[in-house]
Design a protein around this ligand. Sequence first.
Ligand code: FMN
Length: 400
Amino acid sequence: MQPRAIAENIYWVGLNDRQTELFEGLWPIKQSGVSLNSYLILDKKNALIDLSSDLMSERYIHMLEQLIDLAKIDYIVLNHLEPDHTGALLEINRMAPNAIFLGTAKAREIVANFYDLKEKFRIVADGEEISLGSRTLKFAAIPFVHWPETMVTYAMEDQILFSCDAFGGYGSLPGVIFDDQCPDMPYMEKEALRYYANIVAAHSSHTKKAIEKLANVPIKMIAPSHGLIWRKEPGRILSLYNKWADYANGNREKAVTLAFGSMYGNTRQYAEVVMQAVAEQGLSVEVFDINTVHISYILPSMWKNQGIILCAPTYEGSLFPIMSNVMNMAKIKKITNRTTAYFGSYAWGSMAKKQFETYCAEQNWTVIENLQFFGKPKEPEFSVIPDFAKRFAEAVRNAA
Ligand SMILES: Cc1cc2nc3c(=O)[nH]c(=O)nc-3n(C[C@H](O)[C@H](O)[C@H](O)COP(=O)(O)O)c2cc1C
């Protein structure tokens, strides 16, 4: 894509990353892609806000050169030091010798260690303002959304919030950059939730604090570092992030995530019947076959839903390893206080039940059922499902 003006003399200089298979080495983005948004403000002093990855530096520099001689850049604002925004830093630094980097004190520490860049860095305080000439930039620290050094930059006269990873989402930009131009908002919002659950969710209390800190700031536009620029409805992405952050504390959807894995079909067959019974209790059930569906796509469902049912067999004395990965990731992402159940097949002896119990105690998950069956599920195991579904639905509905 080519640079686009988002306001007078303020440009989006972003790129779609369609090459990276796994964002952060973990999260599949091959199908959705992700945009790496950077912004250039031309004024008496010229400022660049966030950069791009090392993979993209050549194309990124080419984009910038359409707008400015890089030697004329005065400030480079580093809202966040993750390498998807800073990989191009050394190359840019070489081509923009007159630029001073701006960031928090923590950003200075990180930049010194990641890029050996110790000179040319000016620490900006929380709330500090810098005049570019006709425009003023104001900086606000939002630590741990999602690294400790993170801040946002606010263009005061234009009321544009350059929010970096906050309020961002996966999904490459579909030839347009604004929310009001996007042909498929439900898709972009779904990808924003996946991004939230994968990247931000574990830091939800900090996200809430950031949203509260920004509550009285008049915002006409939110320009994040990934995904669409929110021009028509900046309040929309703010309220979505607020809702998603609130799921950490309760008020989750009265709905169910059912994740199952199976080697030979016994557990899968049982999971299908459980799914049907729970759905017949009037709860919406989102089902994931963990053998093939990446955890990245399961986490958003687990994050928003109160009910989580896990079905997996025993493997080498333990829970099926892919299920252990699902549970471990849920733990890392601080998915706590859920209503849950486990079902799984085994053949000669198993610690799976016990492991599930221990896990639930740690995560403060309320266990409604924890049941194993020998080989193929049979009538006694099937007969308990209707009563389980009733108790489970009730517990989900009554959860705070
Ligand atoms: C590699 C392998 C390791 C297994 N390890 C155990 C085990 O340690 N304990 C056990 O009770 N069953 C074990 N089983 C048996 C499975 O748990 C059993 O076949 C179960 O019915 C599989 O469920 P599924 O059809 O849903 O895959 C193992 C099976 C395989 C293939």
